[in-house]
Ligand binder design. Structure first.
Ligand SMILES: Nc1ncnc2c1ncn2[C@@H]1O[C@H](COP(=O)(O)OP(=O)(O)OP(=O)(O)O)[C@@H](O)[C@H]1O
Ligand SMILES: [Mg+2]
Length: 257
């Protein structure tokens, strides 16, 4: 009996040591997503099992329709899988109520999604301040935080311009500032450099690498190999399945400071 007890203690220690070094923020097990319409069943994801650890910078690549956005919506707890398990920062998403999910999204995730989702005819400053209103942050503090992040993304002189008075790349940077204002552990970005000039895309990658060095986990969808190379790890997805998961490429660092 005593011996069994000792063995058990050793095993527990090993287990907690492994967890301390790996610190997963995303764990999916055999995820699938099937969309059903009247005439068609689409398998958007099939048997996706991945682990992403805190502090990683991951790019997800794949052809149009391969399931990237579907995966991102599930990882962001915006949608649930048809089958499989998703553990987000230690919590089984399936077991959480809608309110708990909304709370996790607000506290842990910054979304930078396709088509920007900025409010039109509203200033950059107000766009960035809005999520902080919902989080109950007092007005003066909201203003300070919004100014800080808009300055960080290089828009100090555009804060009072409305969405239609700034360029596409600048809009994307407002979306990044907005995603950052609640200091999320993880940033999920769906084509953050889509439809913008390559110089501005580099600037956005520079911002992401800076954030990653500060400890933020970043998961970014892109169809551009040049952009994916800024990440440390590239996951390729095809027909809803992971076909390659590589950390072997050389990460393109823009600025080491
Ligand atoms: N709400 C939906 N209902 C039915 N089918 C859907 C729905 N959303 C996506 N699909 C289908 O699921 C598949 C995966 O779509 P998804 O949006 O994840 O692709 P993607 O890899 O993000 O593509 P893109 O690079 O074009 O953005 C596609 O075949 C798409 O047509
Ligand atoms: Mg997509």
């Amino acid at each position: 009996m005593e011996l069994q007890g000792e063995v058990l203690v050793v095993e527990l220690r090993l287990d907690s040591e492994t967890k301390m070094t790996e610190k997963p923020i995303i764990v999916t097990r055999h995820l699938s997503k099937i969309y059903k319409t009247e005439s068609l069943e689409t398998v958007a994801l099939a048997d996706v099992s991945i682990q992403i650890n805190k502090g990683e910078f991951v790019a997800i690549m794949g052809p149009s329709g391969s399931g990237k956005s579907t995966l991102m919506h599930i990882l962001g707890a915006l949608d649930k899988p048809t089958q499989g398990e998703y553990i987000l920062d230690g919590e089984n998403v399936e077991k959480l109520s809608d309110d708990e999910l909304a709370d996790i999204r607000n506290r842990k995730i910054g979304f930078v999604f396709q088509a920007f989702n900025l409010l039109p005819r509203t200033t950059a400053l107000k766009n960035v301040m809005l999520p902080m209103v919902y989080a109950g942050i007092p007005k003066e503090e909201r203003l300070k935080i919004a100014q800080k992040y808009l300055t960080m993304v290089g828009l100090a002189d555009r804060m009072n311009h409305t969405t239609n008075q700034i360029s596409g790349g600048q809009q994307q940077r407002v979306a990044i500032a907005r995603a950052l204002c609640l200091n999320p552990a993880m940033i999920l970005a769906d084509e953050p450099t889509g439809n913008i000039a390559s110089a501005q895309a580099e600037e956005i990658m520079d911002i992401f690498q800076k954030l990653n060095r500060e400890g933020h986990t970043i998961v970014m969808i892109t169809h551009e190999p040049d952009i994916a190379e800024h990440a440390q790890r590239i996951i390729h997805i095809k027909d809803g399945r992971i076909v390659l998961d590589s950390t072997s490429h050389k990460q393109r660092l823009i600025n080491k400071k």
